[in-house]
Design a protein around this ligand. Structure first.
Ligand code: ZN
Length: 354
């Protein structure tokens, strides 16, 4: 195991961020190269817990000679966001200096542009330096897993539709409960890696997606951080790497995948019609029918006339739910994976959310 740090100059004098990188070189240069990172949105920690338990497993595997493909891990991918506090609360999703999401607005690389991605990087603002370093590492891999989490949620993944159903091995290894398929057209990290592959050199491949995968894992909800889940998720990641020939051995975990698979255009975004206190009637993971009562938003406590009922716009499975109970008009309350096309419009960055 090799440990290193990437230095990122802060935007003011005397400030420097350090990005830890863990690398296992691997014994077989022809085996797939893996890149994994967690907490790109700094406060999303279930992936950090999984990597915390995975790294010692990989150290043991290395001693046994079981690591074939190189594995690069960035266990805490966003020291800039982790340092941002506003009125006592961490703000790890948006860079305060540029108002951009740490998981949007990545450079979309073509040809051999990856080779020069780090040229003059120190002249950029800190958040941009971070994005360039992460994208440079990830786009050089064959398997890229970006570990996030949702508010309250099932265990699900976003990935380009070209990799389904091949990625059933991922779903079976990790125990995914849902898969959301995208068209790769956002500027999120996962799609920026896909774009670099799509528009970059093919190498020995017949097609850009052959032997590759780039995905965003949503490891359940913000509060789903504990040793039991962390160990289980580490085993899931380990099993996936075994199935892809990065690690030797029979997969240590395999579950049948029976979850919902939906394209992004089939994800019903249930947004709050008014501001108030939300009383949920349904849990995530539940299957609902069109018109089912999902929640009530109380606008005038004590006066039922002010209650606003929120119903399901279509049938489907509730994949996520907002954590907060005080909601603002337009806030997303739930995502429902459905068989019906959604009327929800994509956000500016091409994703379901800003
Ligand atoms: Zn995230």
């Amino acid at each position: 195991m090799q440990k290193s740090e990437i230095a990122i100059a802060g935007d003011t004098s005397g400030v420097e961020f350090r990005l830890p990188v863990v690398k296992f070189p691997g014994a077989d240069a022809s085996a797939p190269k893996t890149y994994m990172q967690a907490a790109l949105h700094a406060e999303e920690l279930p992936g950090v817990a999984a990597l915390h338990f995975l790294i010692p497993m990989l150290e043991a595997a290395e001693k046994r000679g079981d690591i074939l493909g190189s594995i690069t891990i960035v266990p805490k991918a966003n020291p800039v966001g982790a340092s941002q506090y506003v009125n006592g609360a961490n703000e790890g999703r948006f860079d305060l200096g540029s108002r951009t999401n740490f998981n949007r607005d990545y450079p979309l690389l073509s040809g051999d542009e990856r080779d020069s991605l780090l040229d003059g990087v120190e002249e950029l603002l800190a958040a941009e330096q971070l994005k360039h370093h992460l994208l440079h590492m990830a786009s050089g891999a064959d398997l890229m897993l970006d570990l996030h989490c949702d508010d309250e949620s099932q265990l699900y993944a976003y990935l380009h539709e070209v990799w389904w159903p091949e990625a059933t091995d991922l779903a079976e290894s990790i125990g995914l409960e849902a898969v959301l398929l995208s068209d790769g057209k956002s500027s999120a990290f996962e799609d920026a890696v896909t774009h670099a592959w799509q528009h970059g050199p093919l190498g020995n491949r017949k097609a850009w997606h052959e032997g590759r995968i780039s995905l965003t894992m949503e490891f359940r909800g913000l509060a789903d951080v504990d040793p039991v889940l962390g160990r289980m998720d580490a085993e899931g990641l380990y099993a996936f790497l075994q199935r892809r020939g990065v690690l030797k051995g029979e997969p240590i975990r395999k579950e049948s995948f029976e979850g919902v698979v939906a394209g992004l255009d089939y994800v019903q975004m249930v947004d709050a019609p008014v501001t108030g206190m939300v009383l949920f009637e349904r849990e995530y993971g539940e299957v609902v029918e069109k018109g089912d009562h999902l929640a009530t938003i109380v606008t005038t406590p004590g006066d039922a006339a002010g209650d606003v009922k929120v119903t399901a716009p279509a049938e489907g499975t509730i994949v996520t739910r907002i954590t907060r109970r005080f909601v603002r008009r337009t806030d997303n309350l739930m995502k429902i994976a459905s068989r019906e096309l959604s009327q929800a419009k994509r956000k500016k960055g091409g994703g379901l959310e800003d």
